[in-house]
Write a protein that binds this ligand. Structure first.
Ligand code: MG
Length: 471
């Protein structure tokens, strides 16, 4: 009898454990299969030092600062190129622009007279997710080809609202000199920048009223989130600001101690706050990964109308750190473990990371340059990335491996120092010397040798493709 009872207890216990395990595994399975949403917010030409949490003393960014406190602030996060078009191609495809034909030594970005664009056989984050039932929207600056065959709608986005290239293009009357252009950009009038505003393929306004552009992008983004709260979505919000000419809405005029540039960043910060608020109000915050970063460093040519790379040297257009290291934050309550991350990451890591989290397979017929960083986000692993390539146009100017960075070629961002091939590469330790001040080439011949091998190995992986920026 006793034995029977014990047996009964043991059996009941086992049954209970079995049920509990089954319940847990059902819950785990449910979490595993519940599809997360993704929002990438991409500022244009915002520098490493342009937000409070990255050290700016006079720009107020309470929403970005809170996002960083609640999420992960990445201090060694890079873009694929130091200018708009190739940087955007890298983010959306997870591939270096040299592999997609989206970089050039003659024309650094696409212009309104360009005939090329991102080839449609490239898989973007949007087209990858689209196949798994995601609703997708691109709101803001596209700059990957304005002709219909290259539009966001041809690259996996259900919906597009925005200015198809940079907000300084289509300047009228045409500037007669560099000074003319500088003046037009720093004392901007809406009517002088004849850029179109599109909804999908239709021009709905020209010139776009840029004073309300951040506000309208924000309201489009919020509408998209609300409309798709019951299905998985991907929102790529690529702000036109703070690319010059700088515009902000009435409410932000004259508000920042940092002048018009500060007003613009504070409006972007407001925009982020509205998006986070919308996620919370709709119960989507725990199931949505939000990433905030910038496409390249500050446009220093425009003096106080350009941003700041903080302690980094250089800016937009160049391959010193200020051109390509960007202020980056990941946020997802419960999904992203809060903290400061010093591991290496790049925008090209977003595609494999997002696809992993969404359980989406990528085509395996091409080379990707990104790594899945989801384990870093959840706090369960380290970044697999050890190398960053700094391309200017079609050439590798510098390589970072671990803490070291070797410059094979140096050149000023725009004008100034001519292109110089360094017979012996310049070498910096970025952990000790993030401002790249102290060349330590002579002390580390072994590192220089290693860097040359990394370069050779990398170049051997390149396959020539049609150049899209020279078409
Ligand atoms: Mg840019």
């Amino acid at each position: 009898m006793k034995t029977f009872n014990i047996k009964m207890i043991v059996m009941t216990g086992l049954l209970f454990i079995g049920i509990t395990r089954q319940q847990n595994s059902i819950a785990a399975e449910k979490n595993k299969t519940s599809t997360p949403n993704f929002i990438i917010i991409f500022a244009d030409d915002m520098g490493y030092g342009d937000m409070g949490t990255f050290g700016h003393p006079t720009i107020r960014t309470p929403n970005l600062d809170k996002m960083a406190d609640e999420g992960q602030k990445w201090t060694n996060f890079y873009v694929a190129a130091p200018v708009c078009t190739p940087s955007r191609a890298g983010l959306l495809t997870g591939r270096l622009p040299i592999r997609t034909g989206m970089c050039s030594d003659k024309r650094r970005v696409l212009f309104p007279d360009s005939k090329g664009g991102l080839p449609t056989n490239e898989t973007t984050i949007a087209s990858a997710l689209k196949g798994s039932g995601y609703a997708t929207a691109c709101i803001g600056k596209w700059h990957l080809g304005h002709l219909p065959q290259y539009s966001p709608n041809k690259h996996g986005f259900d919906y597009y609202f925005g200015i198809p290239y940079s907000n300084d293009m289509d300047l009228t009357p045409k500037p007669k000199s560099a000074q003319d252009y500088f003046d037009a950009c720093t004392k901007p009038r809406v009517e002088n920048f004849n850029v179109p505003l599109l909804r999908n393929s239709e021009i709905i306004e020209r010139p776009a009223d840029q004073t309300t552009i951040t506000k309208r992008y924000t309201s489009e983004a919020i509408n998209f989130i609300k409309q798709n709260k019951k299905k998985p979505f991907f929102l790529y919000l690529a702000h036109s600001m703070p690319h010059v000419p700088l515009f902000r809405s009435k409410e932000f005029e004259g508000k920042s101690l940092r002048g018009v540039y500060g007003d613009v960043i504070e409006e972007l910060d407001w925009s982020l706050g509205e998006i986070i608020k919308t996620l919370k109000q709709n119960g989507l915050d725990e199931n949505t990964l939000v990433v905030f970063t910038s496409d390249n460093g500050p446009w220093l040519t425009f003096k106080d109308h350009g941003g700041s790379a903080g302690l980094l040297s250089g800016g937009k257009g160049g391959t010193y750190e200020g051109g390509m290291r960007e202020p980056t934050i990941f946020w997802n309550p419960g999904g992203v473990k809060p903290g400061v991350v010093m591991d290496l990451g790049t925008t090209m890591d977003l595609l494999p990371t997002i696809c992993h989290l969404a359980n989406v397979n990528l085509p395996n017929d091409r080379k990707y340059d990104g790594y899945d960083i989801s384990s870093v986000l959840s706090g369960t692993g380290e970044s697999l990335r050890d190398i960053v390539f700094y391309y200017r146009g079609t050439q590798v100017y510098a390589i970072r491996k671990g803490e070291f960075k070797a410059h094979f070629i140096t050149q000023s961002e725009y004008g100034g120092e001519e292109k110089k091939v360094q017979e012996t590469p310049l070498l910096y330790n970025l952990e000790l010397d993030p401002s790249e001040k102290y060349n330590i080439t002579e002390e580390h011949p072994e590192i220089i040798k290693e860097m040359k091998e990394v370069l050779e190995e990398h170049l051997s992986t390149l396959i020539p493709v049609e150049n899209q920026l020279e078409k």
